[in-house]
Design a protein around this ligand. Structure first.
Ligand SMILES: [Zn+2]
Length: 300
């Protein structure tokens, strides 16, 4: 699965861009349709792709290469006949290009709608809970296409956060089996707000990455902490065994140590899951006034 994804994110854009440059087009319309289709595909990758798995910064490389390619396409298009051939294969190629433009354009725009949220007055302002690193948002935003938590009301607007290394990858490898190879594993967590500890659980072992869901522990949050802050319950999940440093009833100040990031509960790899609920419904969180979306980076 991960190799198919790698093909889609790394190899396919290269093939599409080379095709635009090298293909001998019989008419202008098909070149323009292919250019649009490639552009929408790259927009889809840019907004929807989980770039922390690959080299994060490639996300921008495709955009730059698309802009460069566009200059060559503009030159090329003026040399082509305005009317293309009337044969079936030309029409078929046009049909595919138009379909891809509409499909990937639609998915990209759906992702962009998740950059904004409507419950402005319900949002709570928190301090980012990790330091000394570069962090990437895996799931975040207001639309399910960029944040799967939105399918589940108590966890809507939840964030899954990863840490990336100097190469822009969240692990040494694509999906290593060793938890230690994930940059965020063991990263200290600090209280994102001041408030009382409502629950603190530290009784589960880490699970190996990519374990199938039927063999996961009973509590999907694994080792976790719930804080009462600013009229909301702030949930911090999947903590590393033996690291939870607080107990129910403790009063926390912003920046106090809570524990470390682990891989306990219903999780596919080490990450920080954080969400805030008011009356059982998830509310948006801003960190230092930023609403994070998939691929948002935090330098802290
Ligand atoms: Zn999550």
């Amino acid at each position: 699965m991960i190799w198919i994804q790698a093909f889609i994110f790394i190899i396919l854009p290269m093939i599409l861009l080379l095709h635009l440059l090298k293909n001998v087009y019989p008419g202008r319309k098909l070149l323009i349709a292919d250019w649009l289709g490639t552009g929408m595909f790259i927009a889809f990758l840019f907004f929807i792709g989980p770039w922390h798995i690959f080299i994060y910064y490639l996300r921008y490389v495709w955009v730059v290469l698309f802009i460069v390619t566009t200059f060559f396409v503009i030159k090329k298009v003026s040399r082509l006949p305005v009317k293309g051939p009337k044969n079936k294969s030309y029409k078929f190629s046009m049909g595919i290009a138009i379909f891809l433009t509409i499909y990937f354009g639609f998915v990209a725009v759906t992702g962009i709608t998740g950059y904004f949220f409507t419950d402005k007055e319900k949002a709570i302002k928190l301090e980012f809970p990790m330091k000394d690193g570069v962090f990437s948002t895996g799931h975040g935003g207001a639309d399910p296409s960029i944040n799967y938590h939105n399918e589940y009301p108590p966890q809507q607007y939840a964030y899954d956060i990863l840490q990336i290394n100097g190469f822009g990858m969240r692990a040494a490898g694509l999906t290593p089996d060793d938890l230690e190879k994930y940059k965020i594993y063991g990263t200290p967590l600090y209280s994102p707000c001041s408030g009382e500890v409502l629950a603190a659980v530290d009784q589960y072992d880490d699970i190996p990455p990519s374990l199938s869901s039927d063999s996961k522990p009973e509590d999907p949050a694994g080792n976790h902490i719930i804080l009462a802050c600013k009229g909301a319950e702030v949930h911090i999940a999947h903590m590393k065994p033996g690291t939870v440093e607080v107990e129910k009833g403790d009063e926390m100040n912003t920046g106090d140590i809570l524990g470390e990031v682990g891989n306990t509960g219903n999780t596919t790899e080490p990450h920080l899951h954080i969400h805030a609920e008011k009356d059982g419904v998830g509310v948006p969180i801003t960190f230092n006034d930023r609403f994070l979306k998939r691929n948002s980076l935090v330098f802290n």
